[in-house]
Design a binder for this molecule. Structure first.
Ligand SMILES: [Zn+2]
Length: 315
């Protein structure tokens, strides 16, 4: 009798481990690309495409490396980083949204603009899975190209130590300096990173063509104009969403997009903006008020154009 029990137990164990293996099988996944894509976009500069959900970057200097954003958490991103460099590295966030901060649990320390700390440290598993599903249905680029499943989400809930990034803080990687520039709007803590070596601005979501702001328009505009003024120092802009959704191309966002965003925000403050109501691209049931200019379509709160008591000067 005892023998029989053991046999049944072993059989069950075999069956369950077999189905576990099956679930991991490539054939059972909804698309053919089952691991994040890694592309070297400049010398010692890597773009990691986490299944079209977002763009993470690893910049390697002589003495250390810098990791920009941690993704949604659908992969062993720490493992990817450590496959790209043996050097010590720091992890920084462009902002605290789930598709950029969702993977922070994998790291011991993360640097960020503290204005986004609360959102970065409260991202439940369900929100990551939901975002993955929204992106799968986005209908941009190839259909069913990505082979991720919700079981890929790293379930650790451990939080890293959060350390602040100051505006214009320099990260010295050894013969390579990267400077942080606050660019609040898309979120209060948005930060862009300028790498003088590759001449790339890593802008996160601060200067995407569809950027929106819940801060006063004048505040967001001032910081975007500063990013524009840095332009002789960069000739490419890699956002937080290169290769968006089902696209797999790797390219810099056209620099004119930032010009158009700035003009769109200026037109709001001047009072001559071309204003439209559009569907929110992530949540179609929601509507956004946007100002359109060239390639830009920027969201804003009509009741928040200026900071309180501010002199109305358009930068
Ligand atoms: Zn975002």
């Amino acid at each position: 009798m005892k023998q029989r029990h053991i046999t049944i137990f072993v059989t069950l164990l075999l069956v369950s481990s077999f189905s576990l293996v099956q679930a991991q099988n490539v054939q059972d996944r909804p698309g053919p690309i089952t691991r994040p894509m890694i592309v070297e976009i400049a010398k010692n500069t890597y773009f990691i495409n986490e299944f079209g959900m977002n763009a993470m970057y690893v910049l390697v200097g002589d003495k250390s490396a810098l990791v920009i954003d941690t993704g949604t958490g659908f992969c062993d991103f720490k493992g990817i980083v450590e496959s790209l460099t043996d050097l010590p590295y720091k992890v920084v966030l462009t902002h605290g949204h789930p598709d950029h901060a969702g993977g922070i649990n994998q790291f011991e320390t993360v640097y960020m603009n503290l204005a986004d700390t609360a959102m970065a440290t409260h991202i439940p598993f369900e929100q990551k899975v939901e975002y993955g599903e929204i992106m799968r249905k986005m209908n941009i680029g190839y259909k069913n190209v990505w082979g991720y499943v919700k079981e890929d989400v790293i379930t650790s809930t451990e939080l890293p130590e959060i350390k602040p990034i100051q505006d214009e803080q320099v990260f010295d990687l050894g013969n390579r300096k990267v400077t942080a520039y606050y660019a609040p709007g898309h979120s209060p803590g948005c930060t862009a990173f300028l790498d003088m070596n590759s001449k790339i601005l890593f802008s996160g979501d601060a200067a995407n063509g569809n950027v929106g702001t819940r801060l006063p328009v004048s505040t967001t505009l001032r910081y975007l104009v500063r990013l524009k003024e840095l332009q002789p120092s960069y000739d490419r802009m890699f956002t937080g969403h290169i290769s968006y959704a089902g696209t797999i191309d790797v390219y810099s966002q056209k620099l004119e997009v930032l010009d158009d965003i700035i003009e769109a925000f200026r037109s709001i403050l001047r009072g001559d903006a071309e204003v439209k109501e559009v569907q929110n691209h992530l949540f179609p049931e929601m509507k956004n008020t946007v100002a359109v200019y060239g390639k830009a379509s920027v969201g804003f709160d009509p009741n928040k154009l200026w900071e309180e008591g501010e002199e109305h000067i358009i930068y």
